[in-house]
Design a protein around this ligand. Structure first.
Ligand SMILES: Nc1ncnc2c1ncn2[C@@H]1O[C@H](COP(=O)(O)OP(=O)(O)OP(=O)(O)O)[C@@H](O)[C@H]1O
Ligand SMILES: [Mg+2]
Length: 255
């Protein structure tokens, strides 16, 4: 009886966490992402969005999860080669079927030179049919680019989120940021998602430093750190370092 009651009152948020694949980021999140959430990782070019997505997927492949990785920019061979640089061998998982690795062709030009694409309808189908537990889409920006309005962007993003939640999966969508680096290109994906992890470059006016900074801007239902932390891209992937204020203080930039 007591066990039955305990089961009914078990707080979901306390147990059902999903690692980002980056330990220090999981700690900033108080244990990881929430199962069923769709998180946007937004950043400028070269910030490490693709590497982050690969790291997330590899972490879960190693733990036996069924994964889906969708690249809108790189072909399958390039994705495999890029991952290999970090010692992440996707091939056996792909061969066994545990990993569904896809390159999606965005634009097709038909006979009348009319530009068309079935990607908008294809993506929800790919996700539904994958039955994946862990999903990375690199990136949502190509999908957003095809939408005609913010209303369509929001509606389609909410639809993807619903599909992922129904699957019981957890997803990371990378997103190109706008020039001020504070939001995604259209500023819509983060509102329709469960969380936003912001990657950005930081350089003081005297150019004496160049840092990559990560900050959790939003994470629904989670009490998380809002620290700005420096990170590096190393041969092992993304590694989180000290808080920005510590680095600036030790460089004599702030007191
Ligand atoms: N082995 C490595 N060691 C250190 N840094 C690396 C390594 N491989 C790549 N990088 C760094 O990672 C950057 C690329 O990261 P990534 O491709 O994930 O960026 P991105 O945010 O996806 O960019 P884009 O928006 O153009 O796709 C390179 O510009 C380089 O600085
Ligand atoms: Mg990329």
């Amino acid at each position: 009886m007591a066990a039955e009651a305990a089961k009914k009152t078990k707080p979901v948020a306390a147990v059902d966490r999903v690692s980002t694949g980056v330990q220090a980021l999981d700690e900033m999140l108080g244990g990881g992402l929430l199962l069923g959430h769709v998180i946007v990782v937004s950043g400028p070019t070269g910030a490490g969005k693709t590497i982050f997505a690969l790291q997330f997927i590899y972490h879960h492949l190693r733990r036996g999860k069924r994964c889906l990785y969708i690249s809108a920019s790189d072909d399958v061979e390039s994705v495999i080669m890029n991952a290999m640089q970090f010692g992440w061998d996707f091939r056996p998982y792909q061969e066994s079927g545990q990993l569904d690795l896809r390159h999606v062709e965005i634009v097709e030009i038909d006979v009348g030179s009319k530009i068309t694409s079935d990607y908008l309808d294809m993506l929800p189908k790919i996700i539904t049919e994958s039955g994946a537990q862990v999903i990375a889409l690199d990136s949502i920006t190509e999908y957003d680019d095809l939408c005609k309005s913010d209303i369509e962007r929001r509606g389609r993003m909410l639809h993807l989120r619903r599909i992922i939640k129904d699957l019981g999966a957890t997803a990371i969508f990378s997103a190109e940021s706008d020039p001020d680096q504070m939001r995604s290109k259209y500023g819509v994906a983060e509102y329709a998602s469960d969380g936003l992890i912001l990657l950005r470059h930081y350089q003081p006016e005297d150019f004496s430093l160049f840092l990559y900074i990560v900050q959790i801007k939003k994470m629904r239902w989670i009490k998380h750190s809002r620290d700005m932390r420096a990170y590096s891209i190393t041969d092992h992937g993304i590694e989180i370092q000290s808080p920005l204020y510590t680095i600036l203080a030790s460089a004599g930039k702030i007191r």
